[in-house]
Design a protein around this ligand. Sequence first.
Ligand code: NI
Length: 170
Amino acid sequence: MALLNILQYPDSRLHTVARPVAAVDPRVRGIVADMFETMYAAKGVGLAATQVDIHERIIVVDTSEQRDQPMVLINPEIVQRSSDCKEWEEGCLSLPGIYDKVTRPDRIRVRALDARGEAFEIEADGLLAVCVQHEMDHLDGKVFVDHLSALKRNRIRARMRKRQRETEAA
Ligand code: NI
C-alpha cells in the first residue's frame, strides 16, 4: 500500500471527468487500498480517485465515529434522490481548512460495485448522503466550492494560491 498525493485546489486536474471502471481487478483493488490508506492518514471521511489524480470512477468513504466502516463505491450512480434538501457545512481534503455550506438532497439511493465487482445498493441520509454526493461530484470534475457563488469561490481560490506560494517559498 502507498500514500497518494492529494491534488490541491485550484489544480485544474480536479476538473477532469473520470471514466467508468471497466473491470474490478487486482489493479483496481490496489488503487482502492491506497485510497483508504490516504483517506485515513488525512483524517478525511471520503476520497474520490480524481483527488489522487486517478481519473476512474472510484470513491471511498467512512463516516463512522470509530473509523472502522470502510465503504468503496465503484461506478456509483444515484438512482433516487429526495426532493427535500438539507444544508451542511462541507470541507474537502483538496481544500484543507476551508468550509462552507452546500445544499443537497437529504436522502439518496445509490447503486455501485463493491471491491469484488458485485453490484449493491445503499440508502443514505445525513453525513453519509452528503459525503457520497460530494465525492461523486469529484468524479464529474466538480469541487464543493463550485456550488458556491463566484465571489466566494474567487476568494477561496486566492486564499489557496497564496497558501501554496507560501509553502513553496518555505
Ligand atoms: Ni472533496
